[in-house]
Design a protein around this ligand. Structure first.
Ligand SMILES: [Cu+2]
Length: 324
């Protein structure tokens, strides 16, 4: 009897539940009809940065859609102060002025777009510097660009960790670091496109956590280096008593010179000392010498085998001319 009663009780509860469900079902489905599934527009905040200078702090961030800029800030996470810019942008920058020196501030950034979609960042902390204290400002910034890489060097007035943000626009997108705290920084940026202007900015943080972010800087990569076409000078030279023909051989700086020399009478020799060439020329036999004319200049050559009365005057000159 007791068991049966319990069962009845459960059945009753189930019955009530079904009735309630049926009563509310129209409302639930009605809601669905009023709100057809629309993808909610979202706004994303990214890359919130702060750079402090004296009693000002420049707060920057990005949004994926155009939106306004507002910063809540204060010495606690209750904030209490705010600064804003109503202009719609994707690259936000708001300057907080009149800050107390040597004070830790809290802030968060907020953006709202035209269709009232809203986003805010988490809390971010920064500290203003003491009177006279300097942020580790980079100096002697130099960018040396090749066709697919660049080296950025700079110095800081105190030991600081460095970072370069870079990319094809001021949205940057890539980061390279200069490693541990140091005074002299050098960062290699690789995988770049040739003949392209890159934007970069330097961020340095000293041991006290003071951050300095440079303004936007640019460099341009060089055109892709093309291997110069190998140019070859092939010249036939005849040796006979007592001259070489031609006696003056002209080639261009950088040429690979190939001389095909043959004696048409007796045994001679061909000596071109500057290129360490000394070849015997046996009658009727071709001798091929090859060398690179690296430097401009006049290089004498002469017969190196005693070939008779005029042997001493059997000489010539190789002239390596400057490339135009
Ligand atoms: Cu000779």
């Amino acid at each position: 009897m007791k068991v049966r009663s319990a069962f009845d009780n459960q059945t009753f509860k189930f019955f009530i539940l079904m009735v309630l469900l049926l009563l509310f079902l129209p409302f639930v489905s009605g809601c669905g009809e009023d709100n057809p599934t629309v993808e909610e527009e979202t706004l994303k905040i990214s890359e919130v940065t702060v750079s402090v200078e004296g009693n000002n702090a420049l707060i920057r961030w990005k949004t994926d859609l155009l939106a306004d800029s507002l910063v809540d800030y204060g010495v606690t996470t209750s904030y209490g102060l705010n600064a804003m810019d109503a202009a719609l942008t994707a690259q936000h920058s708001v300057t907080l002025t009149g800050l107390q020196l040597q004070t830790t501030y809290q802030f968060r950034v907020k953006s709202t777009n035209e269709s009232s979609t809203f986003a805010q960042s988490g809390n971010v902390t920064f500290a203003t510097l003491a009177e006279g204290e300097k942020a580790p400002e980079p100096s002697k910034v130099e960018a040396t660009a090749k066709d697919d890489s660049a080296t950025i060097t700079w110095k800081t007035n105190e030991s600081a960790a460095g970072e370069i943000e870079y990319g094809e626009s001021t949205a940057y997108g890539s980061v390279a670091t200069s490693g541990d705290s140091k005074i002299t920084h050098s960062v290699q940026l690789t995988g770049l496109k040739p003949e392209t202007t890159y934007h970069y900015r330097i961020k340095v943080t000293d041991l006290d956590g003071n951050l300095f972010t440079s303004s936007d800087l640019t460099f341009k990569t060089k055109a892709k280096e093309v291997e110069p076409e190998e140019s070859i000078s092939e010249i036939n030279v005849t040796a006979r008593q007592w001259q070489f023909t031609p006696a003056t051989i002209r080639v261009t700086e950088g040429d690979t010179v190939i001389l095909t020399i043959r004696s048409i009478d007796v045994a001679h020799g061909f000596g071109l000392n500057a290129f360490r060439i000394d070849q015997n020329l046996n009658p009727g036999k071709e001798v091929v010498v090859e060398f690179k004319a690296k430097k401009t200049g006049k290089y004498p050559f002469q017969c190196t085998v005693n070939c008779g009365a005029g042997h001493g005057t059997m000489n010539g000159v190789l002239i390596v001319e400057r490339k135009q």
